[in-house]
Design a protein around this ligand. Sequence first.
Ligand SMILES: Cc1cc2nc3c(=O)[nH]c(=O)nc-3n(C[C@H](O)[C@H](O)[C@H](O)COP(=O)(O)OP(=O)(O)OC[C@H]3O[C@@H](n4cnc5c(N)ncnc54)[C@H](O)[C@@H]3O)c2cc1C
Length: 645
Amino acid sequence: MANNIQMGKTLDGAVPGGALTEKWDQHRFDMKLINPANRRRFKVIIVGTGLAGASAAASLGEMGYQVEAFFYQDSARRAHSVAAQGGINGAKNYRNDGDSVFRLFYDTIKGGDYRSREANVYRLAQVSNSIIDQCVAQGVPFAREYGGMLDNRSFGGAQVSRTFYARGQTGQQLLLGAYQALERQVHAGTVKLHSRNEMLDLVLVNGRARGIITRDMVTGAIERHAADVVVLGTGGYSNVYYLSTNAKGCNATAIWRAHKRGAYFSNPCFTQIHPTCIPPAGEHQSKLTLMSESLRNDGRIWVPRKVGETRNAAEIPEAERYYFLEEKYPSFGNLVPRDVASRNAKVVVDEGRGVGPLKNGVYLDLSQATARLGQPVIKERYGNLFDMYERITGEDPYSLPMRIYPALHYTMGGLWVDYNLQSNIPGLFVIGEANFSDHGANRLGASALMQGLADGYFVLPYTLPNYLAAAKLDKVSVDDEPFRAVAAEVNGRTEKLLSINGSRSVDSFHRELGHLMWDYCGMERNEAGISKALELLPALREEFWQNVKVPGAAADLNQSLEMAGRVADFLELGELLALDALNRTESCGAHFRSESQTPEGEALRKDDEFAYVAAWESTGKPGAPILNKEPLVFENVKLSQRSYK
Ligand SMILES: Cc1cc2nc3c(=O)[nH]c(=O)nc-3n(C[C@H](O)[C@H](O)[C@H](O)COP(=O)(O)OP(=O)(O)OC[C@H]3O[C@@H](n4cnc5c(N)ncnc54)[C@H](O)[C@@H]3O)c2cc1C
């Protein structure tokens, strides 16, 4: 372990007692309620209007709380959830193919390589069916099969078809559903929306979260907002790697500033690399594009058997194609989980079997499915994805196999929360991708949308009122000293960023950070590489604060300033991610330490040492955090080596 890490305490996840199947029902009964007439006395700040934040704001507004929702886009329905393509899981068992709540729970725990809390994952599987009902009631246009029932398709890590979808635009359709529910509350006067507002800090009063400091991104005004409780639904931190499938605006500032105010940050090294993205086309690219995992239902992944092959795909006969996933994992084939598919793609590309102009991809080939099902069927299922691919690469995927390669996509780590989705700071709740809660070391496809909506529609509306009912909250005002002090710090930081006036752009620092993270803490990690990253990161951060150039002014629309603040936070978060990766000497899920693998090259866990959630506490000194641990207890599943053969 790095010697500047201090050992902290053992955490309690506040999991209720009783049988796994009864915990949530019993807990819902045990939690305190607030009378409808009293709810309007409480003010709730929700940062984020993605699927997690919008569903929470709509639900709490409908219940009668006064909700203020903040987000940095111009419209709530432009949150990054809009980009989700493939689908959302639910244990309806419409296909009658053996699904159940327990199987969804089991697949998710196993898919996460046994690094998540059993009780949370079971609850997620339990409420999955209600999510589908809720969305259908809102009018979300899920795909249907010939009899009119909702259709399902398969995603990685499962042998049943449980993924509900709306072509390749599931996130957009779900978000429109949540957005309508949100707008209904705006009209009812229970929800107030603050667009183009970026949360820059969290305010604590007497140890409780009581407000936030924001910057109006149009006028530059720094504003103070007070409430009884604060909820963060601010998404993931994949953009610490610079290139990712996330929108360029996605950032970690809200959760990072909360971390610096005392919230524990869990498992930052659990970062997911998605196997089916369009490979980078050159050095100057600023983002990567996902090709939905759903394509693996009908697509076959292959590379030429011959190392250094120069023929194009059509000229390579069947016998000379290496369907590496189907050969290595006959049971799951192309539908192995993301971590397994990604690592295997890296292996064949590293062996010199890569395809495309830069030899940095593998083929995802739907030609056989097209011949079997006909082009209209393929077009109906994946048409918009094919169009997107053609626009980006200039190649027609109906006549040439697509080229794909793994890219950063999702972050399983995030702020630590207990079973009630409350962080260690009383009154600070964290939902959706911003928390660490349900996916362990590897998220299965179509389960992020499920988790975001579970948190917002079905968990927080119980656990947040329970907190409010029990807490003795003092009256606070934005003129109180804690608000003034934090706002002054935010202003000071802005002034500092603008005053450096160095010679390097914010983007060049971000790009260098991304390279460093990908090279040393990417798909495969080892002690020497991570240690190198830990040497380089503080130096890069130091240079940033000496030499960054942020043009423009504070009291104005200033995108360079926005980016500078976010990159400054990524530079610190990157270091914590590397420390976490160094500390966890086992491989598990997406965290692959080359020192810890089975003879077949699969991730080898060390359950005796690492069956815990790492919950890092800031000491104020970057690179010297405290490691708190929440032990993971498994009473309903047996920990075993994951196998998809
Ligand atoms: C290309 C792509 C495809 C995907 N496809 C699928 C899929 O098919 N199925 C699936 O289950 N998952 C999918 N995922 C993952 C899934 O989309 C996300 O995990 C999920 O949508 C995150 O939702 P969220 O509500 O937690 O956050 P987001 O949707 O990212 O929303 C974050 C919100 O927080 C706000 N915000 C952030 N920081 C601040 C701040 N400092 N101040 C103010 N506001 C702030 C933003 O404005 C936004 O409103 C996909 C992800 C990507 C990148």
